[in-house]
Design a protein around this ligand. Structure first.
Ligand SMILES: *Cc1c(COP(=O)(O)O)cnc(C)c1O
Length: 431
C-alpha cells in the first residue's frame, strides 16, 4: 500500500514528528467506535485510543449530544467571577469517585498544565506556611509528565528532554520499580527504590514526590505493583512531603478501576487528571487537592491565593462532555473491568512464549511488552516505527514507544476486534 498518496504541501508542523522522514499523514474523515475511516475509504482500527484519550470510542452519540446541547446554552465564560452547572456538577461527581481526603477541584486545560498547576500548588503550599526552602521535588526515572518546562523538568528521567536540559528546573530522580509477569526481582527493585527515596528524604527537605501511579505511560508503559505505592505513601507521610499523583493517563478506567489511587488503596495530596476526563472530546484537565492544602491558600491575604489560571479554564463544552463521560463510565464499568481478562486470554493464545517478546505485563485495559531487537532498547529504537508502518498497512494503528509495544484500546472494543490486534501482532512478529 502506498502511504504517500496524500497532499505533501500542508503548512502543518506535526507533534513528535520528524517532518523530513515521516510519511504524509492519513486523512481521517470519520471516527466510529474503535474505527477510523480514511478519505480513501480504508478503515483503521485505533488500538491506542488516539493517544490514550478516546476511552469510549469515536463518535459516541451521548457525548455528541451533550456537546450540542451545551453549545446552544453556553459555550464559554470567564471562570474567575462566574461559574456554571457543567463545571459544578463535574467537580462534585468526580469527588464522589475519589478518596475522601481530596476535596478541591482546580480546572486546567490539558495534562501538562494540570502538572504545572500541581507543581506550583505544592510549592506555594509550603510557601504560604512560611517554608521558603521547599523548592525541590523527587521524581521517578522514565517518568513523563508533559512537555511544558515544569512538566519536562519533572520528567527529566525521560530520554527525550536531553536537548532542553539547560532550560529545566533541577529535580532528584529515583528508580521506578518497573515489573512484569513472573518478575523474580520485583521485591528487590521495590526495596532498593524505597531505600534510595528514604535516604534522599533524610538528606534534603523536599516539597513533594511526583509519580505516575501503577503505570508510567510515555516512558515505556512501565508498571509497578500497588504494594509499592502503599510503601511510598508510608514514607511520604513519615517525612511530611506531598505525594502528587499524575493520573493523566491512568485515570478513568485505564487500570481496570476508575483511578489508580482507588485501585492501590492510596490517597495522594494532589491529583492530576486529563486525557479521558472529557471522554476524549475536548482538552480538559483538573488538579485536585486535599482540604489541608486548600486551607493554606484560603486567607484574607490576597498574595496567598493560587496564582494560576488559563483562558479556557473550566470550559463549559468540555465540562459537559466530561459529565456525560463519567455517567457512561458509571453505567458500564464492566467494559473497562473486563479488558484485563481478555488481554490475558489473547496473550495466552497468540503471543505467550513468542521468541521476539519479553517482559509481558498487563494492568486493566493496557497490555505492554518489549520486542527483542539487536539495537539498543529505548524510544529511538527504529523497530517501533517499522512495526507501526507495517501494522498500518494491515489496517491497525499501533504506535510502539521504541521497542515497547502496547495496546490501549477504547473500552467499547469487541472481543473479536481485540483478538484481531493480537493476531496481527503475532503475524507481523513472525515475519
Ligand atoms: C499525556 C500525559 C501528560 C501530558 O498531557 P498533555 O495533555 O499531552 O499535555 C502528562 N502526564 C501523563 C502521565 C501523560 O500520559
Amino acid at each position: 500500500m502506498n502511504l504517500s498518496n496524500h497532499e505533501t504541501d500542508s503548512p502543518i508542523w506535526r507533534p513528535y514528528t520528524q517532518m523530513k522522514t515521516t510519511p504524509p499523514p492519513l486523512k481521517v474523515v470519520k471516527g466510529e467506535g474503535v474505527w477510523l475511516e480514511l478519505e480513501d475509504g480504508r478503515r483503521i482500527l485505533d488500538c491506542i485510543s488516539s493517544w490514550w484519550v478516546t476511552i469510549h470510542g469515536h463518535g459516541h452519540p451521548a457525548l455528541a449530544k451533550s456537546l450540542y446541547h451545551q453549545a446552544q446554552q453556553l459555550e464559554q465564560v470567564i471562570f474567575a467571577n462566574f461559574t456554571h452547572d457543567p463545571a459544578e456538577q463535574l467537580a462534585r461527581k468526580l469527588l464522589t469517585h475519589l478518596p475522601d481526603a481530596l476535596t478541591r477541584v482546580f480546572f486546567t486545560d490539558n495534562g501538562s498544565t494540570a502538572i504545572e498547576a500541581a507543581l506550583k500548588m505544592a510549592y506555594q503550599y509550603w510557601l504560604n506556611q512560611g517554608e521558603t526552602n521547599r523548592t525541590r521535588f523527587l521524581v521517578f526515572e522514565k517518568g513523563y509528565h508533559g512537555d511544558t518546562i515544569g512538566a519536562m523538568s519533572l520528567g527529566i528521567g525521560c530520554s527525550w528532554w536531553e536537548p532542553f536540559r539547560p532550560l529545566l528546573i533541577e529535580m532528584d530522580t529515583v528508580p521506578f520499580p518497573a515489573t512484569f509477569d513472573d518478575d523474580p526481582e520485583v521485591e528487590i527493585k521495590e526495596s532498593q527504590a524505597l531505600e534510595q527515596i528514604e535516604s534522599l528524604l533524610k538528606q534534603e527537605t523536599y516539597a513533594g514526590i511526583f509519580i505516575e501511579p501503577l503505570i508510567q505511560g510515555a516512558g515505556g508503559m512501565r508498571m509497578c505493583r500497588p504494594e509499592f505505592l502503599r510503601s511510598l505513601q508510608t514514607i511520604a507521610h513519615q517525612f511530611g512531603v506531598l505525594m502528587i499523583y499524575d493520573e493523566v493517563m491512568t485515570g478513568f478506567g485505564r487500570t481496570g478501576e476508575l483511578f489508580a489511587c482507588s485501585k492501590s488503596g492510596t490517597t495522594p495530596d494532589i491529583l492530576c487528571l486529563s486525557k479521558g476526563l472529557s471522554g476524549g472530546c475536548l482538552p480538559l484537565a483538573v488538579t485536585l487537592a486535599t482540604e489541608t492544602i486548600y486551607q493554606t491558600f484560603y486567607s484574607d491575604d490576597a498574595s496567598k491565593m493560587f496564582l494560576h489560571g488559563h483562558s479556557y479554564t473550566g470550559n463549559p463544552l468540555a465540562c459537559a462532555t466530561g459529565l456525560t463521560s463519567l455517567n457512561l463510565l458509571e453505567q458500564t464499568p464492566q467494559r473497562f473491568r473486563a479488558l484485563e481478562a481478555l488481554h490475558r486470554r489473547y496473550l495466552e493464545t497468540w503471543l505467550k512464549g513468542h521468541s521476539r517478546i519479553e517482559q509481558i505485563r498487563v494492568c486493566g485495559t493496557i497490555v505492554a511488552m518489549e520486542i527483542i531487537t539487536d539495537q539498543t532498547p529505548g524510544y529511538f529504537n527504529t523497530i517501533g516505527s517499522e512495526l507501526r508502518d507495517r501494522f498500518l498497512e494491515l489496517g491497525f494503528f499501533i504506535r510502539p514507544l521504541g521497542n515497547t509495544l502496547y495496546l490501549m484500546p477504547p473500552y467499547c472494543i469487541s472481543d473479536r476486534e481485540l483478538e484481531s490486534m493480537y493476531q496481527v501482532i503475532s503475524k507481523v512478529l513472525d515475519t
